[in-house]
Design a binder for this molecule. Sequence first.
Ligand SMILES: Nc1ncnc2c1ncn2[C@@H]1O[C@H](COP(=O)(O)OP(=O)(O)OP(=O)(O)O)[C@@H](O)[C@H]1O
Length: 499
Amino acid sequence: MALSVEKWVGFGSAMAGVGLLWSRMPEHFHEEARYIISSLVPMAMSYFNPYEQVIVPEYGDERFRRNKLFDAVSTYMSSVRLEGASRLKAELSYSSKDDPVISLDENQEVADSFDGARVWWRLCPKASKNRGSTIITLHGRDADEEPRCYRLVFHKRHRQLVLSKYLPSIIQQWRVLIAENKKRQLFTNHIVNGRPTWSNVPYNPSATFDHLAMDHAKKVEIINDLTAFKMGQDYYSKVGKAWKRGYLLYGPPGTGKSTMIGAMADFLDYDVYDLDLTSINGNADLRKLFLETTDKSIIVIEDIDAIDVELSTKRKEGKAANGGEGNDNHVLIKVCDKEIGKSKVTLSGLLNIMDGLWSACGSERIFVFTTNHVDQLDPALIRSGRMDKLIELSYCRSEAFKMLAKTYLEIDDHSLFGEIGRLLDETNTTPAEVADSLMLRRESNDEIGRVLDEIGGAPADVADNLMLRWKRKRAADECLESLRETLKKAKMESATPPI
Ligand SMILES: Nc1ncnc2c1ncn2[C@@H]1O[C@H](COP(=O)(O)OP(=O)(O)OP(=O)(O)O)[C@@H](O)[C@H]1O
C-alpha cells in the first residue's frame, strides 16, 4: 500500500520532531535509549524468526566441569552423515584400529533429521566474550573466552521434539557406545593454553594381583578391602560419608607400589588418574582437574614424600612462628621447582578434595598416594579417615620369592629355593631386583643346536616338548644360580664394615 505525499510529509515532520527531542535530551538518556534499542532489536527479530537454537558449550558456566552433552554430541557427530560439511577432521584414535574417526571441523555445519524434523548442527570455535564492554574479573584467564560449542538450530514447531526426544536420544546412544567400547584409561594432567587438562591413553596394566609378590594374607586383606569398597554404595550413603577411600602405599623403590596400583585398577576395572602436582598452578586448578575425573576411578599421587619434604619444613617453620601451633591452611606444598612460592597447591587444597567440601563431588573414587619415606610425611595427610589403609610393600622374602619364581620361571620348587630364601631374609633385596634376575635370557644358537642334535629323530611333538622342558630347566638353573651369587655378594657387602 503506497503512502500519500501528505502522510510522507507528516512522517518526515514526526521524525524531525523526534530528532529535535533527541538532541535536547541529556547525554545519559542517549546511553540508556541506545541500550534499550539494542535489547529490543534482537527480541523483535526473534519474534519474527521461526527458528530457535540450543547452544551446547564444551564447559559449564563455572569452567570447572566439562559438559558431558558436548562429548555426547561430538560422538554423535562422528555417526551422522557429514555431507553438508566441506571440512572434516580425521583422527586415528588408540581404540579405533585402522578406521579413522571422522568428525566435524570448526565452523562447519551439517543437517540431520529426526522423526520428520530437520535440524542443523554447527561447531563454533572458541570466541572472545569481550564484545566492546570491559569485563573485570578475578579469573581473567578463563572469563574472557567463550568455550567451543555446538549450535543446534531447528524450527520452533519442533522445540518439544528436539528437547524431549532428539537430545535425550543422542545422550542415550552415547551412553550405550561408551558402555560397549569401555576400555580402561590412564589419564595424566598437563597444561594446554595455560589451563590444566587431562589427556588419556588406553590402559592395560600388565600385572594383576596374581603377579604381585607379597605376603599372601596381606594381599587377601587388600583384595577384600577393595571388594567391600566396590560393593559399599549403600553402606557409604547409610553412614553419610562420601564414597571414597584413601590408600597410602609405602616402601623402598622397586617393591611394587606402582605394580599394585595397576593391579587395583585391573581388579576394580577403574580408570587411573595419575596426578602430577608439578604441572598444577594452584588449588583452583587442582579442583578443576578433580572435578573432571570420573566416578569409578583411582586418583594417584606418586612420591608424595618428594612434595612433603618442603611441606614438613614449612609446617615446622609455621609451628615455630606460631609458638608451636602449625596452621594447615597456610602450608605451601612446594613441588619440585626451585622458585619459592611458585607452586601454589596447598595442603588444605589437597585435603579439601580428599575429604573436605569438594570430596562430595563425585563418588566411587580411590585416592592412592605412594611414598618411599613414610616417616617424613605430614601427620595431617595420613591421619585416619584420610588415609583409610596404610600398606607397606617391603623387601623380597622367601614367600614373595616363590611367587616370583612361579611367575617368571613357572616352577614351584627347586634345590636352590632353601638357600635363596635364607639369603633373601638376610639381605634387603627388592622384588624388582629379584624379578630382574629371573627374566629369561635368550639361548645362543650353539646351545639350541646342541639340544636339537640330542633330541634329533624324536617325533615333532615330543621334540617340541623336550625342547620346552630343556629351556625351562636351563632357565631355572641359570637364573637361580645367578640370583644366589648376587645375594651372596650382597650379604658379604652388607656384612663388611665401612672403612
Ligand atoms: N611386589 C612385586 N611383585 C611383582 N613384581 C614386582 C614387585 N615389586 C616390583 N616388581 C617388579 O619390579 C618392577 C618395578 O616395580 P614398581 O615400579 O612397581 O616399584 P615401585 O615400588 O613403584 O618403585 P618406585 O618407588 O621406584 O616407583 C615392576 O615392573 C615389577 O616387574
